[in-house]
Design a protein around this ligand. Structure first.
Ligand code: UD1
Ligand code: CA
Length: 475
């Protein structure tokens, strides 16, 4: 068969009422990416000539996510067939008689369909004597309110009946419509133009084009996929179920790439997480969008990581929080209760305990002591801290940005540093220590005496021996 052009129409105009959300349904996220982005990501792998996303009115946010693809607005939601029709005007060279082109229709609320499944449909369509129209179908464990796919004894699709319109006998059919279809462009357009809304829901049903095509004697087929893959998301509960399906896939992929997940069920990943190999991830780790982890790194338990690049053999956590803009060099260490944001740590740099490192650049092999804070925000603006290679920052230090600590410099514990420190300098900002011999003991004796006098004044009769009573009350 000659090379056929492909246009994909993605339906995303539904209101998603059951999500109970201010946000359009297709913008809810799974593994760090919106449903619509998942669908478009899969579609893009087919390299179609054109993608048109059908959106509802006032859906600027959906249009943003659809970019660079074209969007058309479906003002009145009159059904899936009506929605597809809205895209016809935008399709150049796909609908007219004689166009060598195919049209695929995909629902924005079925984000788990694998690119391989789309490709399988395209391959079948383009094969020698490929069917004129094919749909995606599945056999659900429990029969739901899906459209039922009717087939003849040679496997041709006779038609698809919506659940609301199905007879009791038709409801018994276990092959259900997943919604996706692919067919010859001019044929799909022509058949959609013939749809009416004489049915239980008063809608223009897209799947009815199968009935029309079969009646014309065209070859109509169904490709089967798993229920897990085609599940549609209409509620928060279904969103959570889909998230779990996707997480399981991502965990399996990560392990296949050489990542040890000690407890896969508690490791949360994003679709764009990039791994090297021989990485160990301990239980209860959350990895948000835009994270890259290089070979031999270890992510210890209860760490939360997003927008971070983690170098070879780095050790993160337990209980570390790496926020966007964090880059950890080769062998770097970020320990417990450390938060980093927009911070670049050089090779071998360590921030092991209880610190906040934000808007900072830390040189190779620098050692940041426990409780160091980069004070990056003055209430109006953010400022940068730089710490040179091999510098040592003592515990409980506040580095008030903008400030530079030179390479090899040492900052004494407890310092509040407001001015830059030169390379190899020693900076200490502290009050002087007063050490008065014996003053501790005489202070204690004096305080004890005052307390005894107060007690005696309050209870002159009951406390014949106030000093003993004082001992008993010690707590
Ligand atoms: C649809 C199918 C059904 C199939 C099921 C699979 C029809 C008539 N029915 O039912 O056979 O078993 O999907 O999940 O196609 N949309 C618009 N504009 C509209 C209506 C819908 O853009 O006017 C979009 C929705 O945003 C959604 C998709 O089309 O992404 C499917 O619509 P939905 O109402 O969810 O269809 P179902 O009732 O689930
Ligand atoms: Ca649906």
């Amino acid at each position: 068969m000659s090379k056929r052009k492909l246009a994909v129409i993605v339906l995303a105009a539904g209101q998603g009422t059951r999500m109970k959300s201010k946000m359009p349904k297709v913008l809810h996220t799974l593994a760090g990416k919106s449903m619509l982005s998942h669908v478009l990501g899969g579609v893009e792998k087919l390299s179609p000539e054109q993608v048109v996303v059908v959106v509802g009115p006032d859906a600027k946010s959906v249009e943003q996510v659809a970019k660079p693809h074209m969007t058309v607005v479906q003002t009145d939601r009159l059904g899936t067939g009506h929605a597809v029709k809205q895209a016809f005007g935008a399709l150049a060279g796909f609908c007219s008689k004689g166009d060598t082109a195919d049209i695929m229709v995909i629902f924005g609320d079925t984000p788990l369909i694998k690119p391989e499944t789309y490709a399988q449909m395209v391959d079948l369509r383009r094969s020698e004597n490929g069917p004129a129209l094919l749909g995606l179908a599945f056999r659900p464990g429990e029969s739901g309110r899906y459209g039922r796919v009717k087939q003849d004894d040679q496997g041709h699709v006779i038609g698809i009946i919506e659940f609301a319109d199905a007879s009791d006998e038709e409801k018994e059919i276990d092959l259900c419509n997943a919604g996706i279809l692919l067919g010859d462009g001019p044929t799909v357009c022509r058949l959609i133009n013939q749809l009416d809304n004489n049915n239980a829901q008063g809608e223009y049903y897209l799947p009815v084009i199968f009935d029309f095509a079969y009646a014309e004697g065209l070859d109509t087929r169904a490709v089967e996929a798993s229920e897990e893959e085609v599940m549609g998301i209409n509620s928060r509960q279904e969103l959570a179920a889909a998230e779990l399906v996707l997480q399981k896939r991502l965990r399996v992929d990560a392990m296949a790439q050489g990542v040890t997940l000690i407890d896969p069920a508690t490791t949360w990943l994003s679709v764009d997480t990039k791994f090297g190999c021989d990485i160990i991830i301990e239980p209860s780790v959350f990895i948000g969008p835009n994270v890259e982890i290089a070979d031999d790194a270890t992510i210890k338990a209860f760490s939360h990581i997003e927008g971070a690049t983690i170098g070879v053999a780095a050790i993160i956590g337990p209980y570390a929080r790496l926020r966007p803009g964090t880059v950890i060099g080769h062998g770097g260490k970020v320990g417990n209760f450390v938060e980093t944001k927009n911070a670049v740590l050089g090779d071998g740099a360590k921030v092991n305990h209880l610190s906040y490192i934000g808007d900072a650049e830390v040189g190779a092999k620098a050692n940041i002591g426990a409780g160091t804070i980069t004070c990056n925000y003055d209430g109006f603006n953010k400022w940068k801290t730089t710490i040179g290679e091999g510098a040592f920052i003592g515990s409980n230090t506040a580095l008030v940005a903008p400030v530079d600590i030179g390479a090899g410099a040492i900052v004494g514990a407890g310092s509040t540093v407001t001015k830059s420190v030169a390379d190899d300098a020693l900076a200490v900002v502290r009050g002087r220590l007063l050490d008065k011999a014996g003053a501790g003991a005489s202070f204690r004796a004096g305080r004890k005496k005052i307390k005894e006098q107060k007690l005696a004044a309050q209870n002159p009769d009951q406390n014949p021996n106030p000093s003993k009573n004082n001992e008993d009350n010690k707590g």
